[in-house]
Design a protein around this ligand. Structure first.
Ligand code: ATP
Ligand code: MG
Ligand code: MG
Length: 550
């Protein structure tokens, strides 16, 4: 076990518990159901879940569905599936913020009664002007001097549907001259005559995020409300709301830096456009770093957990390397995935001195790094396929694979020597002829003669046809993610589809999400959308080698 030092959030919690500020820990993951989750959310999910687990506390799954404009139930199901798959178990603690609208309303009334909130009639433009900016001071809202009674009556009108959208808001009375813009009497309720997916037409006023979120946390008994850095300036408002709405056990907000991936598209706006333009095959396209895309590509929850752990929790923004994510999945799959032979771009090899009507069964170890995966037998006969790149008519120096006159080892089978080859009218090699040494069965020759090259192969008569998809980054890394106009620099080669692949028969029955190492090629996963039992489709998760170093 490597020793990982405790991150600053763990230290804060240690401190809070030692001081008796809290006697248990409760965290939450609070997505707005307005899109699919991505690798950045995975960081937040695993961080919150991990802290709850470490401190023997609770982890809540909460949909922050207080904004009726953007939210859709379709996303609720996909988010639940993704969070479960990542291994964050909320047990029976699944919540919807919209279930708290009554309490939020009561909190607003409480603030009005305390003289801490007032109904404003500023238009959005006036509101902007009155609140000022960093350079310009704010102006007092003419409504700030309303009496409590008047404010209660007007807020009641807002609630009863007697006020048009945009005509009135409820503002918190905090500090109109605060250097922190968020504290300049922020709007906490707005009028919006809209149907909400959960509460229907019950409400025509909706709370603003900065007011709703602390109350949601307080209602659930969340102790540590962990959010990303852009909310640091909102923390004084968070604290003001929990203090003024008077909770016995107020939660506290802690911010950490978002996860960014170098040269990878994560922006929702961009992904949406790629989906709409048909450049990717939906939000779960295996080239995307959405959780569903990563799952479909063949990433494992363990690999994402490891990646999040290695990327660390910090207060300073930084960018992580996609190669590190690849490293994590490679390390995870190395011992887990069976290693089978697959030929992606086949050429036929005929072993002329091998009997025509014989098929042998060769015994092969499934994963030399993991004995538990056992052994299998693989058929071998006179006609096999090898990968096109394993034969050359005129090899350069240090090419140890098959070429006229050269002897190589067919993995777990025999030594073969290339005697001749055939080409079609275009000069493309169509067939390679060899002879084999019957004494070299299993891949060693009794006379101790060495061969430098070992290549994989697939028996022709029993081969399974398959489609294999190799991926590269969606964007051109050389050019950078965005061009001058802010559009994506797309990589035209991000998807390569190989339709003539030949697999050893062991692959029969491979199921969605099953992962394998294709010997000498990489790690591949059965595509959950497009693969059929009689027409298997594989996605390349990651190649075998990388220059990435930890
Ligand atoms: P949007 O407001 O466009 O939906 P979002 O996806 O960041 O943006 P949420 O759905 O509210 O917003 O995100 C849920 C949680 O995931 C939040 O607590 C947020 O801080 C966290 N989160 C979002 N993106 C990242 C990221 N890149 N790294 C770490 N945590 C993130
Ligand atoms: Mg979101
Ligand atoms: Mg958000």
């Amino acid at each position: 076990e490597e020793k990982v030092s405790r991150n600053f959030i763990q230290l804060e919690i240690d401190h809070d518990l030692a001081e008796g500020k809290y006697d248990s820990v409760c965290t939450r993951f609070p997505p707005e159901p307005n899109g699919y989750l991505h690798i950045g959310h995975a960081k937040s999910i695993l961080l919150n879940y991990g802290l709850a687990k470490e401190f023997g506390g609770r982890f809540n799954m909460r949909f922050d569905d207080t904004n009726p404009t953007k939210e859709r139930m379709e996303f609720v199901e996909s988010i639940k599936e993704d969070v479960k798959w990542l291994g964050a178990d909320w047990e029976d603690r699944l919540f919807f913020a919209s279930d708290y609208f009554d309490t939020m309303y009561e909190c607003a009334v409480k603030l009005i009664k305390k003289g801490k909130a007032y109904v404003s009639e500023l238009t959005p433009e006036q509101m902007r002007e009155y609140r000022g900016d960093f350079k310009h001071g704010a102006k007092e809202d003419p409504a700030a001097s309303r009496s409590v009674e008047e404010n209660l009556a007007l807020f009641e009108k807002m609630k009863n549907g007697e006020v048009e959208d945009g005509k009135m808001t409820l503002r918190a009375r905090i500090d109109i001259s605060s250097p922190n813009m968020n504290m300049r009497d922020p709007v906490i309720y707005r009028v919006a005559h809209m149907t909400h997916h959960n509460t229907g037409d019950k409400w025509c006023i909706y709370p603003m995020y900065d007011f709703a979120h602390p109350i949601e946390d307080a209602i659930e008994g969340v102790t540590h409300s962990i959010c990303t850095l852009e909310f640091e300036d909102h923390r004084p408002l968070y604290e003001w709301v929990v203090r003024e709405t008077e909770w016995e056990h107020p939660p506290r907000q802690i911010e950490f830096a978002k996860l960014y991936l170098d040269n990878i598209v994560t922006g929702k706006r961009y992904i949406k456009k790629l989906v709409e333009d048909g450049i990717v095959d939906g939000w779960d396209d295996p080239r995307l770093v959405s959780i569903s895309g990563l799952r479909r590509r063949g990433f494992t929850p363990e690999s994402i957990q490891k990646f999040v752990e290695l990327s660390g929790i910090s207060k300073a923004n930084s960018v992580s390397d996609y190669a590190m994510l690849e490293y994590c999945v490679r390390e995870d799959l190395k011992p887990k995935a069976p290693r089978y032979m697959a030929v992606l771009d086949p050429i036929k090899v005929i072993i002329d001195n091998y009997p025509e009507d014989v098929t042998e069964q060769m015994e092969v170890t499934n994963n030399p790094e993991n004995e538990q995966l056992g052994k299998r037998t693989v058929p071998f006969s006179r006609e096999i396929y090898i990968d096109r790149e394993d034969f050359m008519e005129e090899p350069p120096k240090k090419y140890f694979r098959l070429y006229p006159g050269n002897e190589v080892r067919l993995m777990s089978a025999y030594f073969v020597t290339c005697t001749s080859f055939e080409k079609d009218a275009d000069g493309k090699v169509t067939c390679v002829h060899c002879t084999y040494d019957p004494a070299s069965r299993g891949g060693n020759s009794p006379d101790g003669r060495k061969v430098k090259g070992t290549i994989h192969w697939v028996n022709a008569a029993t081969a399974i046809d398959a489609t294999v998809r190799n991926y590269e980054n969606l964007v051109d890394e050389e050019k950078g993610v965005y061009d001058e106009e802010g559009n994506l620099n797309l990589n035209p080669n991000s998807l390569e589809v190989l339709t003539q692949c030949k697999l050893e028969p062991t692959f029969a029955g491979a199921q969605s999400y099953d992962s394998f190492q294709f010997v000498r090629h990489g790690f591949y996963c059965v595509d959950a959308k497009d693969s059929k039992p009689d027409a298997l489709v594989f996605n390349r998760i990651v190649s075998l080698k990388s220059s990435f170093k930890l």
